[in-house]
Ligand binder design. Structure first.
Ligand code: NDP
Length: 252
């Protein structure tokens, strides 16, 4: 087939909604076999049904990425049922802004557990497959979802921004190690995308800021990010987009 990702095996975390869901569907449309991971099994099942109906191949694995052992089992299932993974879209994440003085320590911990520890768990579970497939086929991709918050400053987003700065810097550093093995590493840094991410926000100030921003700009759509991921993955093996910022045109 002439599709750009035919023969590739992609794993998408956070695939039950938003960016991950759109990206899984897009990568399947480009010919990849796709494993979709998140906690909500019902959402994953309907995504797989949609992909299958459109002629693609997908596997749903309900898993909490903060559970390292469960992710290692998921990785074994991917290898057995779809083949050795050569693309990890490491995307599950949560954004819970709040003024630091509120000491919302539970929310701090949730962001660190998912955005940092969950991301590392997925890297730990799938890196052997990425390295093996790159060795055999000449290229593999580790694409980590960071955020513009890794670079720009937003009051009350300190903990979230810190987790995303971690993701960007981790990605740049891993590149220096994995590039030699033909594993490309990319940090994807979107500006505001309309997803369920905003639904988990409880802080009034942040909610007002988000709501107000809709009046001054068109937010990005999950599809916009999905197409960016597809572009990164379909590049010739010698080309690694290290850091990609995707902004709504009118977001400053
Ligand atoms: P969504 O809330 O729509 O998606 C988050 C996904 O993560 C869901 O599929 C959710 O599924 C999954 N998830 C949450 N907790 C866990 C867990 N413990 N284990 C496994 N999966 C989990 O938001 P987005 O699509 O916007 O977010 C995707 C990524 O994009 C995040 O990393 C976010 O930080 C980043 N981002 C988003 C931006 C935006 O404006 N939307 C901007 C910049 C970056 P489930 O609940 O079923 O487990």
């Amino acid at each position: 087939s002439a599709q750009p990702l035919t023969g590739r095996v992609a794993v998408v975390t956070g695939a039950s909604s938003g960016i991950g869901e759109a990206t899984a569907e897009h990568l399947a449309g480009l010919g990849a076999r796709v494993a979709v991971l998140a906690r909500r099994a019902d959402r994953l099942d309907s995504l797989v049904a949609r992909i299958t109906k459109n002629g693609g191949t997908a596997l749903a694995i309900a898993v909490d990425v903060t559970d390292a052992a469960a992710l290692r089992s998921a990785a074994d299932r991917v290898a057995a049922e779809l083949g050795t993974a050569d693309l990890l879209f490491n995307n599950a994440g949560v954004m819970l802004p709040a003024p630091v003085e509120e000491l919302a320590t539970d929310q701090w911990q949730r962001q660190i557990d998912l955005n940092i520890t969950g991301l590392m768990n997925a890297i730990g579970a799938f890196i052997p497959q990425l390295v093996a497939s790159a060795g055999e086929r000449g290229v593999a991709d580790l694409i980590n979802t960071s955020s513009i918050a890794a670079q720009n400053l937003f009051p009350t987003f300190a903990v979230y921004s810190g987790t995303k700065a971690y993701v960007t810097h981790l990605s740049r550093t891993l590149r220096t190690e994995l590039g030699a093995k033909n594993v490309r590493v990319s940090a994807l840094e979107p500006g505001i995308v309309g997803t369920e991410l905003q639904d988990h926000v409880t802080d009034d100030g942040a909610l007002q800021w988000l709501e107000g921003s809709k009046e001054t700009m068109d937010w990005l759509t999950p599809q916009d990010i999905a197409e960016t991921v597809g572009f990164i993955a379909a590049l010739p093996p010698r080309v690694n987009l290290q850091q990609v910022t995707v902004m709504p045109t009118r977001q400053p």
